[in-house]
Design a protein around this ligand. Structure first.
Ligand code: NDP
Length: 267
């Protein structure tokens, strides 16, 4: 059974950074899935791309009607709050079931070239923004969690409420050693994703009492603008596997760091 099928009990999913790459692929795969969520909220920071997100996808009008586009610059608090208001009106008392913090940047710099400004910029987009966005959307996530979802009252998962942080294997402190540490010596990116991993773990502790599942997932090395043309995975392959994992998340995955294949990764 594909993971997208498991979204049938999920009322709404919001994706940050849905203008291209993995974010756009998530929107496409969710909309085209046999049992897709009720509402797919694609967010982008560019007003010009607002109309084009669903037009980029080859969807029939029935599927397009499920997609709502909201402007959201993850670095701008006012923009985040406006989006929360807009999404609140859309989901009403049902709340938001699944928040996917996907937007990210990769500022490539090694030990010799890295600057303080690059570190801070990468840290802001990749680690600070997912925290601020989750805080802002918390009332909507709580509303969904308090309704209990379609499954058992006590269960955790996307049928109830979940925060998914798209992180990277390159953020693993443990794996950055020996042979593996010889490539991708990207200080701003690696450290920002390590920080995002800790943000995920901290939020998992804090959101648990509300029944909101929180975890971090590595999408694999994927052929997007960020991943480049040498990457082994297509966006379709990565996202089909990721949605399968997300669709099946339960309490046991709360606070975890998983590969796109579902395996547990070392922090
Ligand atoms: P892309 O560079 O292809 O796309 C990045 C997306 O993030 C774009 O939609 C971009 O929007 C958006 N974004 C960046 N900054 C902001 C901002 N301030 N506000 C709103 N949106 C913003 O990257 P991928 O799709 O490849 O990556 C998606 C996620 O997956 C990232 O978190 C990345 O770190 C992670 N990842 C990717 C891997 C890969 O191999 N591709 C490997 C491991 C992790 P815009 O079009 O407006 O610039």
């Amino acid at each position: 059974m594909s993971g997208v099928m498991n979204f049938k009990n999920c009322g709404s999913v919001l994706i940050t950074g849905a203008s291209r790459g993995l974010g756009l692929q998530i929107v496409d795969s969710l909309a085209n899935g046999g049992f897709s969520p009720g509402k797919i909220i694609a967010t982008t920071r560019h007003p010009a791309k607002k109309c084009s997100v669903s037009n980029l996808l080859n969807l029939d009008s029935g599927k397009k009607n499920k997609i709502f586009v909201s402007l959201l610059d993850v670095l701008n608090q006012e923009s985040i709050e406006k989006s929360v208001e807009e999404v609140g009106q859309l989901v009403q008392e049902e709340g938001l079931n699944c928040l996917i913090n996907n937007a990210g940047i990769n500022l490539v710099a090694d030990f010799h070239t890295v600057t303080a400004e690059q570190m801070i910029e990468n840290f802001h987009t990749n680690a600070v923004a997912p925290l601020m966005i989750t805080k802002a959307f918390l009332p909507l996530l709580k509303r969904a969690a308090s309704r209990g979802g379609a499954g058992s009252e006590a269960s955790m998962g996307i049928q109830r409420a979940a925060v998914i942080n798209v992180t990277s294997l390159l953020g693993s402190v443990e794996l950055n050693w020996g042979e593996r540490a010889k490539n991708f010596k990207w200080y701003p990116y690696r450290t920002s994703k390590s920080a995002l991993n800790m943000v995920s773990r901290c939020m998992a502790v804090d959101l648990e009492p509300d029944g909101i599942l929180c975890m971090a997932i590595h999408p694999g090395w994927v052929r997007t603008d960020m991943g480049g043309s040498e990457a082994p995975l297509s966006p379709e392959e990565s996202i089909s596997s990721i949605l399968s994992v997300i669709g099946g998340l339960t309490e046991k995955d709360h606070g975890s760091f998983l590969n796109f294949t579902g395996e547990v990764l070392p922090w």
